[in-house]
Design a protein around this ligand. Structure first.
Ligand code: NI
Length: 175
């Protein structure tokens, strides 16, 4: 296992639509393990592959932070099939450090995905899990939570976001 570098706001990988996973190969399983380790060390509740600059529809959830003693969960090629309700919750993102904002999203979702063994799942969820999954699926589509806040709020954050993007450029330019 290896820790991976989490790219920050302004990095082009965060704006790309991730590529579907056709085969759950050994390298995909290794990538999932790396992502879980990276997420846990960063103390994040979720991590999507584009955040470590891998264009793949893969995300991991730190389920132990939602429900005690539950292992981290891997979602391959996740698709949200249905959604219901609407609720405001505060969100943050490992790729947008030190910024947290309230975001309105559906309260409940139905999601389908593959596990690491290729098993197909269809699940309904709500609460924190539904919230984190929607945030991470957004990453697979090149979307960030700051895209979902009001224009006024985003304008208020623009200086901070620019500073993150500038720092990110300097960091990734280093050898
Ligand atoms: Ni995020």
């Amino acid at each position: 296992m290896a820790l991976r570098y989490i790219v920050k706001y302004g990095h082009p990988a965060l704006r790309m639509k991730a590529r579907q996973i056709e085969t759950i190969s050994a390298s995909i399983r290794e990538l999932a393990e790396d992502m879980i380790e990276t997420m846990e060390v960063a103390e994040g509740i979720g991590l999507a592959a584009p955040q470590i600059a891998e264009s793949k529809t893969l995300l991991v959830i730190n389920a132990g932070l939602i429900e005690e003693d539950v292992p981290a969960k891997v979602y391959i090629n996740p698709v949200i099939l249905a959604e219901a309700g609407s609720i405001s919750m505060e969100e943050g993102c490992l790729s947008i450090p030190d910024i947290r904002e309230d975001v309105i999203r559906p309260e409940m979702i139905k999601i389908k995905y593959l596990d690491l063994e290729g098993g197909q799942h269809e699940e309904e969820c709500n609460g924190m899990l539904a919230r984190v999954l929607q945030h991470e699926v957004d990453h697979l589509n090149g979307l960030l939570f700051v895209d979902r806040i009001s224009q006024i709020k985003r304008k208020l954050l623009s200086k901070k976001l620019k500073a993150i993007a500038t720092q990110s450029k300097e960091e990734t330019a280093q050898p």
